[in-house]
Structures are given as structure tokens and as C-alpha cells.
Design a protein around this ligand. Structure first.
Ligand code: NI
Length: 256
């Protein structure tokens, strides 16, 4: 019923119950999970989980906060992982000026290098954009053939309109249930149903009423409910559409 297109089950927050939790989530209606890597170790761990569980898929890449772990050798090993049959995207990659605004040049260079890899492999990208909207857009405009998702979308309505015109998907997470979510709800309202993805970003970003607790894909219904409310659709219609969207973008499932 649900496709969580962004959840970090390789995170140490799941070390005590990872396998049991994933088995239970799958039994309870989470049909697919995409686990994106943030550095070489977590990319490797995401691939290992995808090998263990049929319904889990992986993405590999260097998150902009993980510049320290990036070296030529590490990049080449990540590139080798990207060829794995269950690696369906390059991510999460992008720019983060909230955590680190002092290495913008390095972040941009690594972002472009990973976009080149995605294009060479004909895979979509999962973009992390935190307080770097202008520079992310500048880079994305340079690659008209690139496809993917802006994960946990936090930009303006104008930026969303440009991304949608360019064929991008927008990912929505727990924060759409927060009290101060005005801007994200405005974007949700304008985003066509067929370009929406649902994500938890587990173990982070738990939706209301579980804010502050460890998040997992079992909380997707709160996100689906909020989207259904904004769009005036049923819970089932939103779950089905976001499932189809994730399968289309990442090439997963029977039709792909
Ligand atoms: Ni993430």
C-alpha cells in the first residue's frame, strides 16, 4: 500500500531491531522502501539491506554533510556499488548551507560529479537541498536530461513550479504535519498528484503526534492523511498515486 521513498534503515538508531522492524513494516503494508546512502559506509549498508530484503531498494552517494569521508578512492568504491541491480538512484546528494556554509565550492563540485555519475548510469537522483535553493537550481538547470526528486522539499512555490515544469518530483515528509508548515502546504496544493512522493527520512522527522521520537515507515499514514486533506482526496488514492510515482521514477515493480 505504501512506498517510503526515503528512509535510513542503515542508521545506528535501528541497530537493536532493524530486521524485526523491517519484517513487521512489510507485513503491515509498507510495500517498498528506498534507503539512500550518505557516505561510503552507509551506501554499502543500504545495499546490504536491499540484498537481504526483497522490498528494500538502495541509493548510493555522498551527502553534502559528509565531505570529510569523500576521497578519490571512496568515490570509486561508491561508483562500483552504483552498478548493483538494487541500486535505483544516486543519493542523497546536494547542497547543505545550514550545516556547512564554508565549503560551498567543494559541495558544488561533489554534487556535479555525482550528477554526472547518475547521467552516465541513467539513474535518477535524490537531492538534499537545505538553505541552498539558488545554487541547487543553478546546478539543476545545467542538466536538462537529469531526473529525480527534491527530497523533503523546502523551497518556494515559484521554485516548485520551475522544478515541476522540468519534470522533477517533490518529496514530502513529517514536517508537513507541523504547525508552521504553511509554505510546504502551499507547495503541496500546487503540486500535481502524479509528482508527489512520500518519505519519512527515518529515523528523523517524525510526524505529529510522534515528533521527537524515532521515526519509521509505519508513520507514513500521518503524511498520507495530510496530503489527502490538502488535496481533497481519499487516503487510499494518495497512497496508490505516490506508490505508482515512486515505482515510475525509480523503475521498481511490475510495470517497470
Ligand atoms: Ni535523508
Amino acid at each position: 500500500m505504501y512506498f517510503d521513498t526515503h528512509a535510513h534503515y542503515d542508521d545506528k538508531a535501528f541497530d537493536n531491531d532493524r530486521n524485526a522492524l523491517l519484517t513487521r513494516l512489510n507485513d503491515e503494508g509498507v510495500d517498498y522502501i528506498l534507503d539512500p546512502g550518505c557516505d561510503l559506509a552507509s551506501s554499502r549498508a543500504a545495499i546490504a539491506l536491499a540484498e537481504r530484503f526483497d522490498f528494500v531498494y538502495a541509493a548510493v552517494g555522498f551527502h553534502p554533510e559528509e565531505l570529510e569521508g569523500y576521497s578519490e578512492e571512496a568515490f570509486q568504491q561508491m561508483e562500483a556499488l552504483a552498478a548493483h541491480p538494487k541500486c535505483v538512484a544516486i543519493g542523497e546528494i546536494g547542497l547543505d548551507y545550514y550545516w556547512d556554509a564554508s565549503h560551498k565550492t567543494e559541495q558544488k563540485a561533489l554534487f556535479r560529479r555525482q550528477i554526472d555519475l547518475a547521467l552516465a548510469l541513467d539513474k535518477p537522483v535524490i537531492i538534499h537541498d537545505r538553505e541552498a535553493h539558488g545554487d541547487c537550481m543553478e546546478i539543476v538547470r545545467d542538466y536538462p536530461g537529469l531526473r529525480g526528486v527534491f527530497h523533503c522539499y523546502s523551497g518556494s512555490a515559484e521554485m516548485a513550479e520551475e522544478l515541476l515544469k522540468r519534470g522533477w518530483y517533490l518529496g514530502f515528509d513529517g514536517p508537513i504535519t507541523y504547525k508552521n508548515a504553511r509554505k510546504a502546504l502551499e507547495v503541496l496544493a500546487l503540486c500535481p498528484l502524479e509528482r508527489l512522493l512520500i518519505e519519512t527520512d527515518s529515523p528523523y522527522l517524525s510526524p505529529v503526534p510522534l515528533r521527537g521520537k524515532r521515526n519509521d515507515s509505519g508513520n507514513l499514514p500521518y503524511i498520507v492523511d495530510k496530503i489527502a486533506e490538502i488535496k481533497g482526496l481519499s487516503h487510499e488514492a494518495v497512497a496508490a498515486a505516490t506508490m505508482a510515482n515512486g515505482c515510475r521514477l525509480f523503475g521498481i515493480g511490475e510495470e517497470n
